[in-house]
Design a protein around this ligand. Structure first.
Ligand code: C2O
Ligand code: CU
Ligand code: CU
Length: 461
């Protein structure tokens, strides 16, 4: 945000400035980043009368900013690491060059405390994405380092308001301070849940929205653990995109199953009467919980969901299923006796999980072997088998894949980067290996990722 305003200032003054100044300003503008993230300590109040200490943000003076960029336009993001530990930043869901993917050792050296790194890429797809560290990942994300990233469509789809919602929990005690970030016995099962649910770092906030207007809610589940069912209530609402890819047919927005890493774009038609409220709920067996409310303001705009332009399909190549090679993966517990290796990117000290019976040793310099090799340009079917009684949101960096079939349920015809693999489920997904490099492949329940359920796939020519 700081970077954007500085850049706009420079461009503005270059346009209106005197002739002799233009050259120098233009040169500086060309060199300035579009965005700047400053990984910093930043304390915040969640619970009345308390200030949570030991938090981390991407700004020194506020919660993580929403990064907005244009599809097909090159963007530069300067990351300054003002933490007192190493980090890297990963752009979840963006199909960009491997060197910009932000995975320690696999794609870059960790950014040491006090150092900076410039990420530069051109987003090929529009939609709702997010960003987070990939080093000491559980601790840094649990303390706050998760932000929303939006890539705008080439043409405005026609909403009156666009509202990014960074949805996550924090693990706080009654005094507002962090309690142990995970428990080992939970890490070996479904993961350790947070205690305070937030949207954009607020507990059950109220947003003012135009009465009778059309609002795009961008749900980004940036939590480290929670698989949940979300619902928008008391308004006409449709899910129009999942995981940044538009749905061929919109789906009802009353029960949206989302796991860590996943996103949903919901088109809402706000009620006509001023003061009426729409609610975003987390559905729970023991009673739904309100996460955020949206209050109608002003005279009705009298709009209709049918006025929205359909979102354009992203240019993800479609796999050639007839000639696709099948690669098998099995996700389960780890063989006994493995211990994680020490790393500047942290270790939880336990190994509980594995892919193909191999536990990831931790974020270490390597060299490490890929779980599979794929030939550039070829189509593959990945058969993902979960032999555990827990859910695993399986995420692949660098390429998007299409859901084909499950042995348990009917799947939407979805293109995604993160697929929820239910307990004991086998999913088949397909992709074109069109992006060369070493691509991280892991569960997005971060305790699972950090205790073995991680690896990478190599795409090579
Ligand atoms: Cu959002 Cu490697 O992940
Ligand atoms: Cu990712
Ligand atoms: Cu998992």
């Amino acid at each position: 945000m700081v970077g954007v305003s500085r850049r706009e200032l420079l461009i503005g003054s270059a346009a209106t400035g005197s002739a002799f100044a233009v050259g120098g300003l233009a040169a500086r503008a060309a060199n300035a980043a579009n965005h700047e993230l400053v990984m910093s300590a930043y304390d915040h109040s969640f619970l009345p009368g308390t200030v949570t200490q030991n938090m981390m943000s991407f700004l020194p003076d506020g919660p993580p900013p929403v990064l907005r960029m244009k599809r097909g336009e090159k963007t530069a993001i300067d990351v300054k690491n003002h933490l007192d530990e190493a980090s890297v930043v990963h752009w979840h869901g963006l199909r960009i060059a491997n060197a910009m993917d932000g995975v320690p050792y696999l794609t870059q050296h960790p950014i040491e405390a006090g150092q900076s790194y410039r990420y530069e890429f051109t987003p090929p797809d529009a939609g709702t994405f997010w960003y987070h560290p990939h080093c000491n990942t559980l601790e840094q994300m649990a303390r706050g380092l998760t932000g929303v990233l939006i890539v705008d469509e080439d043409e405005d789809p026609g909403f009156d308001l666009d509202l990014p919602l960074n949805i996550r929990d924090f693990r706080l005690g009654g005094d507002g301070q962090f309690i142990e970030l995970f428990k080992a016995r939970n890490a070996a099962r479904g993961g350790t849940y947070g205690t305070v649910s937030t949207v954009n770092w607020d507990v059950n906030p109220v947003y003012e929205v135009p009465a009778g207007g059309l609002v795009r809610l961008r749900l980004a589940i940036t939590d480290v653990t929670r698989v949940g069912t979300f619902g928008v209530e008391d308004a006409e609402a449709q899910v129009i995109a999942l995981d940044s890819n538009p749905l061929p047919h919109s789906m009802p927005a009353d029960t949206i199953l989302l796991s860590p890493g996943q996103r949903a774009d919901v088109a809402v038609r706000v009620p006509d009467d001023e003061g009426q409220e729409v609610t975003l709920l987390l559905r729970r067996p023991n009673g739904d919980k309100s996460l955020a409310r949206f209050r109608a303001i002003g005279p009705s705009a009298r709009r209709s969901l049918t006025e929205l332009k359909p979102l354009p399909v992203n240019p993800v190549p479609m796999p050639d299923l007839a000639n696709a090679e099948v690669i098998d993966f099995v996700f389960g517990w780890s063989p006994e006796g493995d211990a994680p290796q020490a790393s500047i990117c942290g270790s939880l000290g336990y190994t509980f999980w594995s892919i193909n019976r191999e536990a990831w040793p931790g974020d270490v310099p390597g060299p490490l072997d890929p779980l599979a090799r794929m030939k550039l340009g070829k189509s593959y079917i990945l058969r993902l088998r979960n032999e555990s009684p827990n859910d695993h949101p399986i995420h692949l960096h660098g390429v998007s894949f299409k859901l084909l079939r499950s042995n348990k349920r009917r799947l939407p015809p979805l293109v995604t980067d993160t697929a929820l693999l239910l307990e004991e489920e086998t999913l088949e997904v397909a992709l074109v290996a069109d992006n060369p490099g070493d691509w991280a492949f892991h569960c997005h329940v971060i305790e699972h990722q950090k205790t073995g359920l991680a690896g990478f796939l190599r795409i090579e020519s």
